[in-house]
Design a protein around this ligand. Sequence first.
Ligand SMILES: *Cc1c(COP(=O)(O)O)cnc(C)c1O
Length: 404
Amino acid sequence: MEPLAIDGGTPVRTRPFPEWPIYGEAEERHLLEVLHSGKWGGTGRVKLPEFEERFAALHGAAHAVTVVNGTVGITVALLAAGVGPGDEVIMPPYTFIATATSALLFGAIPVFADVEPDTLLLDPDKVEALITPKTKAVVTVHIGGAPSDMTRLKAIAERHRLALIEDSAQAVGAQWEGKGVGAIGDLGTFSFQSSKNINAGEGGIILTNDKALADMAWSLVNVGRIREGAWYQHEHIGWNLRMTEFQAAVLLGQMTRLEEQMERRERNGRLLTELLEDVEGIETLRRDPRITRHAYHLYIFKLAPELADRVDKNEVVRRIGAEGIPVAPGYVSLNRNRAVIREIEQRTGERRPYHCPVSERACEKEALWLHQQVLLGEEADMYDVAKAVKKVVAPLAAGSFGPA
Ligand SMILES: *Cc1c(COP(=O)(O)O)cnc(C)c1O
């Protein structure tokens, strides 16, 4: 057997994967236009309206409000939907911490509903079981760029009169049954933080098809002003959460490459699934056929349960990394995050029982990630990924040796 790179063998690959961010002449042109306009702030009308229109159109939304980042985008969406301090917000624990902090920021209480084992997306059955009279909203997360089951989540939200918010930070351009994410629930939020599929360093946007919700979100982002009101007319308590013209300029540039990059990630993502499906000890995630577009912000795959129980996931990550493939172990399940638990305990006065075994197992033992820029490589790069995963995992699955 070929020795592993970590044991001094030859790595599968030494060439780097594509760098991120990717930018060019389009960003430069738009940025200079903003610079020379002298209208740099979020009240400018230089590039922001065009970006908002294009982004809304891409997802089939009627309204868009840009905002400083994805985290407060969720906060504003929750507040616009009428969620207040003490209200419960059901969300998955397999997500970035911002999904929870966006609610905790104003005293709303995250309630964690476990994810489905074969998709790692919010499990609608678990959501329904956790609804109480205090529940006001569901925040679903399209993790890795895979839309969650919007058909069932929407039906549940409607039946129980809950607001449905899509945390689409990782899912720019993704579609569920041909409909753009972020425009299916009541409100959808996106992030343009540096790692995201289109980025402006920082930034965010809120989408909705409901004019009243859009107006409220706009007001909260614009110090409580109303759209047609006077400058010092503040009808609500809002904050200055505006994104700047410079960010809109960069994002208009980023959007010129989005379609081509989405097609490439989609092609490489599907190929990688085909290649990894055949590797013993690896499980790929199920892709619901109603996902008509996957954004592949992350390519997530798993160690098979029997193997995951025997080996240390972080050791597998190190071994695959040494073969030249930048694989990552991913999140800590939010129901296991001490700061989140402490904050919920302080706000509710009780220690809540958390039961999210699927998310916990995924975080601690099973899930492995590749970041989106890996999928921007060539077809041959996907063969390298699969080869390295197989080289590391096959001997472990065969039980010939195990990590320390
Ligand atoms: C990035 C991200 C956010 C937060 O976005 P910021 O712009 O960094 O505040 C929220 N939710 C998810 C799932 C994310 O990946």
